[in-house]
Design a protein around this ligand. Structure first.
Ligand code: SF4
Length: 381
């Protein structure tokens, strides 16, 4: 689906998603700035920003093989961690000063076990991420974040004060609000941007300094206000699932005539649909509560499935969605369980659903296109 907007900012965001080291990251490092990588969107990026570091979410963009990581992982491991670790073994993540990980799933946890032994990142930490989201878990995760704060302060000689956390929360909430403003523009009959373009905007937000990102987001909002929107589409689609950081995957779907008007992806709306509480006395507790209890959760939070289902129902209604596409990386148990539950519940709700397994790298595009075309036929538009 061709673009409808002329926006230098959007073009810059799209370029950022096509490489690991982008011009803004290079500029930051050339000026002596430090970079802390993280794997999962449970990471409160504010803690990294408050340390004066650049929070960079790990992707495996550009990876074409897992020849090195195959010595550490079996072929029935998720392809995202395999490609990401392969890039690390090839030195493509040597620019990291720090890496923060979570036991988000067994595949990622295994990356930690190997990364600390095989990759020379000066500071690597794994935090325990609860699977429930009640008050005891919020307190638990707050203590994990506090341990991270203290060890970063000690290791790098930086100060991560509550005031700096509050400043960082305000900055990142501004990004979230601007991204939600872009989503709101897609609720109408003629959305000005495609799903692939919105994913590029979201992914770029995990790979640019927040100040630069916020400025470009505002530029893009200005560029597209009043732009003609897309009208020649066959159906309004929502995409749900885990790790998806490649806009080309959504473009392949949209090139069949369906317009992706919203999503529940971990590189998409689930990162930005709520704000961190800026009025809380204790910013670290606010970040903990936000990460595990307030923002739309990951499928690993089993007790929160009813809340996630309601989130999807609200999205379907608010964005006038005709059909849902569920994507899952092969061998991902976490989203495998979710797929089973959603298949039952969306059927009962008469919400058409197409489930697709995929590899991290964009393969089997022909099969993808055929299945999406057949799905659009069933939606009868
Ligand atoms: S997609 Fe699933 S298996 Fe792969 S890293 Fe994410 S949660 Fe783990």
């Amino acid at each position: 689906m061709e673009t409808k907007v002329k926006s230098k900012a959007l073009h810059q965001f799209q370029e950022v998603t096509e490489t690991i080291i982008n011009p803004e990251l290079k500029k930051w490092m050339d000026q002596g700035g430090k970079v802390a990588g993280y794997f999962c969107n449970a990471m409160p990026v504010e803690l990294i920003t408050a340390a004066g570091f650049f929070p960079f979410r790990i992707r495996a963009t550009g990876s074409t093989s897992t020849e090195l990581s195959d010595s550490y992982f079996s072929s029935i491991n998720c392809s995202f961690p395999r490609h990401a670790f392969d890039m690390a073994l090839k030195g493509e993540y040597d620019f990291l000063d720090a890496l923060v990980m979570f036991n988000s799933c067994d595949h990622i946890r295994r990356v930690y076990d190997h990364w600390v032994r095989q990759v020379k990142t000066p500071f690597v930490k794994i935090l325990s991420l609860p699977r429930k989201a009640e008050q005891p878990q919020v307190e638990w995760f707050r203590s994990e974040l506090n341990m991270l704060r203290e060890s970063m302060q000690e290791h790098f000689g930086v100060e991560i004060t509550d005031d700096r956390l509050r400043e960082a929360i305000a900055l990142h909430n501004k990004s979230r609000r601007s991204q939600r403003a872009l989503y709101d523009l897609r609720k109408g009959d003629n959305p000005p941007i495609t799903g692939a373009e919105m994913l590029a905007v979201s992914v770029a937000g995990t790979a640019m300094p927040v100040g630069v990102y916020n400025k470009l987001l505002q530029e893009m909002l200005d560029d597209i206000s009043g732009a003609d929107g897309h009208s020649n589409y066959r159906a309004r689609l929502m995409v749900i699932g885990g790790e998806l950081d490649n806009p080309k995957y959504l473009k392949a779907i949209e090139d069949q005539g369906g317009l992706v008007v919203t999503d529940a992806l971990c590189f998409g709306s689930r990162m930005i649909w709520e704000d961190v509480d800026e009025t809380a006395d204790d910013p670290l507790t606010a970040l903990s509560r936000y990460s595990i209890a307030e923002r739309p959760s990951c499928a690993r939070m089993y007790t929160q499935y009813p809340k996630r289902l309601q989130y999807i129902r609200n999205m379907v209604k608010d964005f006038n969605v005709d059909g849902v596409i569920f994507e899952r990386l092969m061998f991902c148990e976490t989203w495998g369980f979710e797929q089973y539950s959603l298949t039952q519940d969306l059927k009962e709700l008469n919400i058409p659903l197409l489930c697709m397994d995929r590899e991290y790298t964009l393969t089997a595009v022909g099969q993808l296109k055929t299945r999406v075309q057949a799905f659009l036929e069933t939606l009868g538009r």
